[in-house]
Design a protein around this ligand. Structure first.
Ligand code: HEM
Length: 440
């Protein structure tokens, strides 16, 4: 850990200690230094397997676009050694439960081409811009409802408690639309949406003791919630099959074939869980962080409120600014050179997306929040390669609908504290609470 008086150097910087993320937020200065002095840096610290830290936009782009050189099949995210072991135990249990081998891909993110493309394409038709256009009016209607309910809560709190009348933006607003939209697309009954949210929130946050039952370890929390969610899914799948398939995401999966065979129960189950989980934490945090940065930048907020044509650009800038996915990892498939460094076959490379999104070679004045930024080729959804976020259009359309509906309310809100961050995550930079209140 860096003592505050010590100047930051390559030797003392720390980009993996999750306690520091909670205390100080993202390690922007460390990433700046890495981009400047060692953009392809062999990072060795206790409690972590060593890896190449990749911090520049161009290199993230290169790695993302070359799945033949950088594989997804081994480690997908940089985590501490104990979490890697936990993941291995989960794979063994999965194989015992469903058959197959612990080395089988946990879901299709862990696949390389051509297998990856075969699985991804089963679902990609549901997430095209054209499909999102057909849902646009509906998303706007849902967003208006959620914003109007949120406004009622904010006003009621002000009336009841005055200055003390704070409201948690995360649970009262930001979390709502992402869960509703994906659950509806998946054909999950509305009365179950809160439960789905709790499972995804708890599984994403299990490293943080707040999400655990008293006395539980992280692994026990994950197992308890996974068990409950699995059993819910089994019932849901049976019901869907007996009631008849429709055009929802689950029906598509239950009907899907790869190379002439139906998906196995394990494949359906993990695919479905991925679709439901991947967008909740990510989109919710982008919304929460987006509202925060707008409230911190009143002139940008005013511009957004005055001119509705700024909404799509503002959403892109919020995505760049918040960069809620911190990193994904790849494994080198052969010896190769990057910026003069030799990366050996089998070594890990870790792409730090927030750093790429502040790369001064790509973004002018990268630490300025500018909703009119053009171009804005950010990597919030990955580096536009084989694994580029499947739900990027969904997230964009949800955020556009939400910020469109939120414009009239934004000038009436103020922050009532700093964001409280989810502990222990090196994958998604999660905000668990952010208090706001009505301006008096
Ligand atoms: C603001 C919200 C979101 C952010 C910031 C985000 C970010 C990302 C990132 C960085 C990746 C990895 C890309 C890569 O490796 O090149 C990814 C992959 C993925 N995302 Fe998202 N995501 C968001 C919302 C969603 C939503 C709403 C869904 C819903 C379906 C989703 C589903 C997925 C899936 C399935 C993958 C794996 C794709 C593959 O391996 O081919 N994401 N996302």
């Amino acid at each position: 850990m860096v003592a505050t008086s010590e100047p930051l150097t390559l030797h003392n910087l720390d980009i993996t200690d999750t306690d520091l993320y909670v205390e100080r937020g993202y390690p922007w200065e460390a990433w700046d230094l890495l981009r400047e002095e060692a953009p392809v840096y062999w990072y060795q610290r206790p409690r972590h397997e060593p890896f190449w830290a990749i911090t520049k936009w161009e290199d993230v782009s290169f790695i993302s676009r070359h799945p033949e050189l950088f594989s997804n099949t081994q480690l997908l995210r940089m985590m501490d050694t104990e979490s890697i072991h936990m993941g291995q135990r989960a794979r063994v249990r999965g194989a015992n439960r469903y058959g197959g081998s612990p080395d089988d891909p946990a879901d299709f993110i862990f696949m390389d081409p051509p297998e990856h493309r075969q699985h991804r394409s089963l679902m990609s038709g549901h997430f095209t811009p054209r499909m999102m256009k057909t849902l646009e009016d509906h998303f706007e209607e849902m967003a208006e409802n959620y914003v109007s309910r949120f406004a009622d809560v904010v006003v009621a709190q002000l009336a009841e408690k005055g200055e003390q009348g704070t409201v948690d933006l995360v649970h009262e607003l930001a979390a709502k639309l992402p869960v509703a939209a994906i659950c509806e697309m998946a054909g999950i009954p509305e009365e179950d949406w809160d439960q789905i949210f709790t499972w995804t929130e708890t599984l994403g946050g299990a490293a943080d003791p707040e999400y655990r039952e008293p006395g539980e370890t992280q692994e026990q929390t994950i197992r308890r919630n996974s068990r409950a969610w699995r059993s819910y899914n089994t019932n849901l799948f049976e019901r869907r099959l007996s009631e008849g398939l429709g055009d929802d995401l689950l029906s598509t999966l239950l009907n899907a074939e790869v190379e002439g065979r139906a998906l196995t129960p394990r494949e359906v189950s993990t695919y479905f869980r991925l679709l439901l989980a991947a967008g909740n934490e990510t989109t919710r945090n982008s919304i929460t962080g987006g509202i925060k940065v707008l409230l911190d930048n009143p002139e940008q907020l005013e511009w957004l409120v005055a001119d509705e044509s700024t909404v799509p650009g503002a959403v892109e800038e919020m995505l760049r600014w918040t960069s809620v996915v911190i990193q994904f990892q790849r494994t080198a498939m052969e010896d190769l050179e990057l910026r003069g460094q030799t990366i050996r076959r089998g070594e890990s490379v870790v792409m730090w997306y927030p750093s790429a999104n502040r790369d001064e070679d790509v973004f002018e004045d990268p630490y300025k929040f500018d909703i009119g930024r053009e171009p804005n080729d950010h990597f919030a959804f990955g580096g536009y390669g084989e694994h580029f976020c499947l739900g990027a259009n969904l997230a964009r359309w949800e955020m556009r609908a939400l910020f469109h509906a939120l414009r009239p309310l934004l000038p009436k809100l103020e922050l009532a504290g700093e964001p409280e961050l989810v502990a222990g995550s090196l994958h998604v930079g999660g905000i668990k609470r952010l208090l706001v209140r009505a301006r008096s």
